[in-house]
Design a protein around this ligand. Sequence first.
Ligand code: URA
Ligand code: CA
Length: 433
Amino acid sequence: MRMVDLIEKKRDGHELSEEEIAFIIQGYTNGDIPDYQISAWAMAIFFRDMSRRERADLTMAMVRSGDSIDLSDIEGIKVDKHSTGGVGDTTTLVLAPLVAAAGVPVAKMSGRGLGHTGGTIDKLEAVEGFHVELTKEDFTRLVNEHGIAIIGQSGNLTPADKKLYALRDVTATVDSIPLIASSIMSKKIAAGADAIVLDVKTGAGAFMKDEQDARELAEAMVAIGNEVGRKTMAVISDMSQPLGLAIGNALEVKEAIDTLRGEGPADLLDLCLALGRQMVYLGGKAASLEEAEDKLRALIASGAALDKFKEFIANQGGNPAVADNPELLPQAPYRIELPSKEDGFVAEITADAVGTAAMILGAGRATKESEIDLSVGLVLNKKVGDAVKAGDSLVTIHASSEDVAEVKERLYKAIRVAGSAKAPVLVRGIVTE
Ligand code: URA
Ligand code: CA
């Protein structure tokens, strides 16, 4: 096989066979095929698209380019959740203990964040003593005995995706549905998931700004999952404004605890239920999505979900007392209010701009090397659709210094007050195929 012929084939709109796709991905991973040929091939895919079968073959070729995590020692159907990323997205912290309490094994591998706020591991490290450095044996034992454990990323997973994603970034080929869908799905499959639930965000704070694109991506990923024997479902959710009220690491842990207690923000709870019911259904712990949702609501009401959170924290060295006393979490020394300048209704809280403000405070990393401050962040006092009077606080800024002029200026630009406004619909669609 010659790479130039395969580029030409895709350029002219023909379908590549499984063997041809495997040849390309293997050759690229081991250095036999140069970047310039892969760039041309990716651009051909950008214009010519890939069939459902080609997308599945590309996904599995990338899975086979490196290690896969073997979770076969863990009993039950392992369901993983993936979010395409947003601002103040506290769902994993809520969902992991919640679905574990419903009997779905949570054997999660998680990463650190880049940009807006920290990743799940950063957030959990706001709990004193909590750690994710577990041996494979301890990880397996914890999931089998307690139904939940989170471990840091390790192993050489999907090296082909790493190389290809970096190349796409500099060749204007990131925005391609088949390439994005196979990239995300390859990572989840290599991490050992039997079933996958996807939260595809849309709006200003999302990777997919346009709702129709988000829907197409969700459908593409669900199709790949089902094609390769991993049952997959998706929720398309609004990320035009931040999710919940808290943006920042310790602040989001507190928000997750409130939500597990049944006292969290309505939008965060609604999204957790929309995703959680798919996880419980795919995990085989309910006969329908409705039954799964009833089960999750009951676990919150009875306190079982919060108890599972405490058990999980204690198992990994953290102080479970934070669940009853969130003031044990790191606290920023300054709390500064952002008063509304006018009467009206909140019409817009642009998610990405608010995320950037939180990052400037120190809640997120500008580069991989930056240190983050777990205590700082933002708490929204109003959401889109809420009435506001001049002088009411729009946001409480939790800061490490009194000088927050730049953050305030950015927040005023991100938040628009108008004569009328209504709350956006949070769950824009579900894909269950
Ligand atoms: N996120 C990924 O992991 N891959 C892509 O291609 C795009 C976003
Ligand atoms: Ca939040």
